[in-house]
Design a binder for this molecule. Structure first.
Ligand SMILES: NC(=O)c1ccc[n+]([C@@H]2O[C@H](COP(=O)([O-])OP(=O)(O)OC[C@H]3O[C@@H](n4cnc5c(N)ncnc54)[C@H](O)[C@@H]3O)[C@@H](O)[C@H]2O)c1
Length: 325
């Protein structure tokens, strides 16, 4: 019997790639999404045409959503969230509601039928408070066990990071109360690739290169980051879900090799596109973190290695984006 999978947020960036990969492997996939951010574009329409893919358009903040779902699931990937920096400032109440109420609703439903395994997607944002406050004393590459701190509750940017922290706390609280071991928390770190939206440094650089910006403005540029191509991110997500070794654990998903400064990221994209603009360095945005890199030992221990080098991933991403502007 093919395994049954539920993916909340399955119309979004990671969710769609994950749904496509699992459906190609023969899993029965149910996508649950309200299309708030996910788009019913050609990729999505093609995907839900498949016999083993079902789409349920519903809002996770409504508790009835989950109880209306038919059948039981072997794997539940909870990816739905309202991210996007603009949303953190413009509709922080909604960001919190989706992140917290949505997660509590799925937990209430999950502990009732106690079947399958639940994977909650948290974020590197959950520990960015510690990173900002502790500065040089904060471990980088960052392991999973660091403290999660809300740096400033008055700054609504924290609606997202705080909702991820509370999501993680909620999973542990339900696990303890209901004696459940079949869950894993993942923290994604800069997953990139086709259909990732337009709010991230990579599509934004591509847009400005395509529009022939010269001189090319870079704000800061010395910040070091790591990027993980979506195919690797999807593979890691599935491996974490399907490994019993990750039950009850938090696992970073990303990579710790391939660290690169933002200015060099821009230069790699120039090389791919074949342009040579003059670079104009401007002040770094306020509060920008110098270095962010996950420790990925836990991921390695379940046998995962990233396969797509940055240059190849950027090339594939550019190919997808180049006609979109
Ligand atoms: N992409 C990354 O690098 C990254 C990094 C850290 C964490 N994450 C987390 O991973 C998950 C997936 O990220 P993504 O980049 O694919 O985001 P995304 O915005 O592309 O996808 C999220 C999906 O959730 C859906 N959604 C939002 N509110 C909903 C609601 N109330 N009911 C039902 N569906 C709703 C959206 O329509 C969207 O399709 C999110 O939880 C995100 O916070 C991603």
């Amino acid at each position: 019997m093919p395994k049954k999978v539920l993916i909340t947020g399955g119309a979004g960036f990671i969710g769609l790639h994950l749904s496509r990969s699992l459906s190609n492997q023969g899993y029965h996939v149910t996508i649950l999404d309200n299309l708030d951010r996910g788009k019913a574009d050609r990729d999505f329409k093609d995907l839900i045409k498949k016999k083993n893919v079902k789409f349920v358009k519903a809002d996770i903040t409504n508790p009835k959503t989950f109880h209306k779902l038919k059948g039981k699931f072997d794997y539940i990937y909870h990816l739905a969230a309202l991210n996007g920096t603009d949303n953190f400032y413009k509709i922080p109440d909604r960001v919190i509601k989706v992140g917290v109420i949505g997660t509590l609703n799925i937990l209430d439903w999950f502990v009732k039928h106690k079947k399958g395994k639940l994977l909650f997607s948290s974020s590197s944002e959950a520990y960015s408070g510690g990173l900002n406050l502790l500065k040089d004393r904060f471990p980088i590459p960052t392991p999973e066990g660091v403290p999660l701190i809300v740096e400033n509750p008055e700054n609504v940017r924290w609606s997202y990071g705080a909702s991820k922290i509370l999501g993680e706390v909620s999973i542990h609280a339900y696990a303890k109360t209901h004696k459940m071991k079949n869950f894993t928390i993942i923290r994604y770190h800069n997953i990139y690739g086709p259909r990732m939206g337009f709010e991230h440094v990579i599509p934004q650089f591509i847009e400005r290169i395509v529009k022939k910006e010269n001189p090319f403005n870079i704000f800061g540029g010395q910040e070091a980051r790591t990027f993980c191509y979506i195919d690797d991110g999807v593979k890691a997500t599935q491996m974490v879900m399907e490994s019993e070794k990750t039950n009850g654990q938090t696992v970073n998903i990303g990579r710790s090799d391939d660290e690169i400064k933002i200015i060099d990221l821009a230069k790699k994209l120039f090389k791919i596109v074949g342009v040579h603009p003059q670079i104009n360095i401007k002040d770094a945005p306020e509060g920008s973190v110098k270095r962010r890199c996950p420790k990925v030992e836990k991921l390695k221990r379940i046998g995962f290695t990233a396969e797509i080098p940055l240059l190849e991933g950027l090339r594939k991403t550019y190919e997808w984006y180049k006609d979109k502007f």
